[in-house]
Design a protein. Structure first.
Length: 179
């Protein structure tokens, strides 16, 4: 395979594809598992020169799959956080003085719903959402401001966003139905 025989690599791919996909799914890649496996096989092919002669191929490949699954999971989490942040900022900072009356009314209604949902959160959850999304602080800055460990910021933020999503989801579904 190192000599450039692509067919030899094809044999390895067929031999290990099922295990690689299973690992990607179990490592949290979910619907992106096939993409993770494909990226892992491409990386393995490109870095075959770093593979130690005589070492077993399967653990080496599965390590690459696991790293790619972790990367995909982190990327998905960052995307969700950015989406949540974008939604919160859009609702709170929407310019209600510009645009057509329907958009202004909808923005005002969404802002009112968000503020009402924020009031239902516990004080610590509300504080972390305000610091993180409304004041645009990163996790480290939020931890410093609140005097909490960074892990506490993450867990409270996660719970708060889950609760906000649950409370705001019916309102968003109605907008889609009527929009």
């Amino acid at each position: 395979m190192r000599a450039g025989e692509i067919d030899a690599y094809g044999v390895l791919v067929r031999l290990h594809a099922a295990d690689a996909r299973r690992l990607a799914v179990l490592a949290g890649a979910g619907p992106d598992a096939d993409d993770v496996v494909q990226i892992a096989f491409v990386k393995a092919y490109r870095t075959i020169g770093t593979f130690r002669d005589g070492a077993p191929f399967r653990p080496w490949l599965l390590r690459i799959v696991l790293n790619e699954a972790r990367n995909a999971t982190r990327a998905a989490r960052r995307y969700r956080a950015a989406t949540d942040r974008s939604f919160l900022l859009e609702v709170v900072t929407a310019d209600v003085t510009a645009g057509d009356p329907a958009t202004t009314a909808l923005s005002e209604e969404r802002r009112t719903e968000l503020l009402a949902a924020l009031r239902t959160l516990s004080e610590p959850q509300r504080q972390v959402v305000v610091c993180r999304y409304l004041l645009d602080l990163d996790e480290e800055e939020t931890a410093t401001v609140l005097g909490w460990p960074r892990g506490t910021v993450k867990s409270r933020l996660h719970r708060a966003l889950r609760r906000l999503r649950t409370q705001l989801a019916p309102a968003q579904a109605q907008e889609v139905d009527h929009g």
